[in-house]
Design a protein around this ligand. Structure first.
Ligand code: 4AD
Ligand code: MG
Length: 464
């Protein structure tokens, strides 16, 4: 017997087919006529398949009439045209097997709707909800688009390491990986912890970014990208920060900052177009249930060009806005979420690419502009989420790079290999990082980043 997904069985083309559908019961409703409607979901789409199970089934009285939300079943029968609302088909069951019962009273996902906060406590069951199912399908679509976009354009996917010794962002937000006994580490004569006896013979950390390794491969293979988990020991409990998140980082030899902005813009437009084309049912759900602004925001992404604005001009706009911000705006300071929101939501009503940031708030590797005060950095800010992309043209000049490292107290000995790239066939090059979860938030309208990743890692929370 062919096995059909719920999505396939709901398609009118399946009418007349004999098939088996497998999934989890959402609801059961008994009719007076000696049959029951059993709604089955298998995660292939948002909607359920309506199964008609009647008393001609041998287990109708003993089993079918005891089905509750959460039970797992296989149903074999014929797909028929349905007169029901919101569905073209239904499955007339000839056989229904119960694989697992769901202790009705104790199953947390009963008809009652739970808050997203509550659902986080059931990270093992929440993928069975409509919201998480839709989030995960869109997240998957975005991940596929990311690969499609780069692969179709001749980029190579480079697997950069998770364990590393270098702090790419220089923000000191690295999780230490150590096999040293924290209670009793070996020490040298001066009493300092002796990393010579640790597993890697040096302090090592979970990566905050694959960029530096990406640069190594871009300056040999031209166009590369990394896509994988990234870690930040950032003790901030916000709706936009995770301690473990996924980042995609393209790096391109011979690109300058303008090329980098063009790439980022094309990339975001492609992802959004794919989601709008392929995730219609889930997007309608987000629009109706989660955020009425989500579709208009996405349509703006595909419609026109992104605003591009030097940081300095953005500061001037903010200063002249007449808005009372909690944090004052001043040239040289990082923009706060409220400033990003004002620019994207109030002023422009669209995504904005800010560029040429003050060197003092950006890492050592960014190309220094001729003014000596700004670097060729760019951030893409999106309405509703704020920064979704951070990137830059990299400093390709050995002397300038060394001076920047000295300024930031970085040792040349630790980055000898990075300096080598500028010594041997240096080229202009540029890249950026897109936070996958921020992109999923932007695309779905989900307010909290904890609800767009299967198992969120945040301060004080790493269960499951
Ligand atoms: O701006 P960031 O820190 O840039 C870099 O790491 C560069 N090395 C990237 C590069 O040029 N290759 O981070 C890039 C993006 C941010 O714009 C944001 O979307 C996401 O990564 N991000 C986070 N997402 C979730 N939780 C966190 N704690 C994040 N920190 C950064
Ligand atoms: Mg950033």
């Amino acid at each position: 017997m062919p096995i059909l997904s719920v999505q396939a069985a709901r398609d009118p083309s399946a009418i007349g087919a004999q098939a088996t559908v497998r999934g989890w019961v959402r609801t059961r409703r008994d009719s007076k006529g000696g049959f029951s409607f059993v709604e089955v979901n298998d995660g292939s789409c948002l909607a359920n398949l309506q199964v008609i199970a009647g008393e001609d089934l041998a287990n109708y009285a003993d089993e079918v009439k005891h089905l509750t939300a959460g039970c797992s079943v296989s149903v074999t029968g014929v797909v028929k045209e349905s007169g029901g609302k919101g569905q073209a088909t239904e499955l007339a069951a000839a056989e229904l097997t119960v694989h697992g019962w769901a202790e009705g009273d104790e199953y947390p996902l009963q008809k009652k709707r739970h808050t997203l906060e509550k659902l986080r406590e059931w990270a093992h069951l929440r993928p069975r909800t409509n919201t998480m199912g839709a989030v995960m399908r869109v997240r998957n679509r975005i991940s596929r688009s990311i690969h499609d976009f780069f692969q179709e354009d001749g980029f190579l996917w480079v697997h950069t390491p998770i364990i590393t010794a270098s702090d790419c962002e220089g923000a000191g937000q690295m999780f230490r990986v150590s096999t040293l006994d924290p209670e009793n580490p070996p020490r040298d004569k001066e009493g300092r912890v002796d990393f010579g006896r640790d597993f890697f013979h040096r302090p090592s950390y979970l990566t905050v970014s694959g960029q530096l390794e990406g640069e190594i491969y871009a300056t040999a293979l031209g166009k590369v990208y990394t896509f994988g988990p990234t870690f930040r020991a950032e003790n901030s409990n916000t709706s936009r920060h995770l301690a473990e998140f996924w980042m995609v980082e393209p790096e391109v030899a011979f690109n300058d900052l303008t090329d980098n902005m063009d790439l980022a813009e094309r990339f975001l437009k492609r992802i959004v177009a794919d989601v709008l084309r392929d995730c219609g049912e889930d997007m309608a759900f987000f629009q109706e249930r989660i955020d009425p602004e989500v579709m208009p925001r996405l349509e703006k992404i595909t419609a026109g060009a992104f605003e591009r604005l030097p940081y300095t001009e953005a500061v001037t706009l903010l200063e002249q806005s007449g808005e009372k911000f909690e944090f004052p705006v001043s040239w040289g300071a990082d923009l706060q979420a409220e400033h990003e929101r004002w620019l994207t939501e109030k002023h422009f009503g669209s995504p904005v690419i800010l560029y040429d940031y003050p060197s003092g708030i950006k890492p050592f590797y960014m190309h220094v502009n001729d003014d000596g005060k700004t670097v060729r950095a760019m951030d893409v800010l999106a309405p509703g989420v704020g920064e979704i992309i951070g990137g830059s043209q990299r400093e390709a000049r050995l002397d300038v790079l060394k001076a920047r490292m000295a300024e930031q107290g970085l040792s040349e000995a630790d980055y000898w290999w990075y300096l080598d790239l500028r010594r041997f066939g240096t080229v202009p090059h540029a890249g950026f990082g897109l936070g996958l979860e921020r992109m999923v938030q932007f695309t779905t309208g989900m307010a909290n980043i904890r609800d767009v990743i299967p198992f969120p890692r945040t301060p004080g929370s790493a269960e499951f």
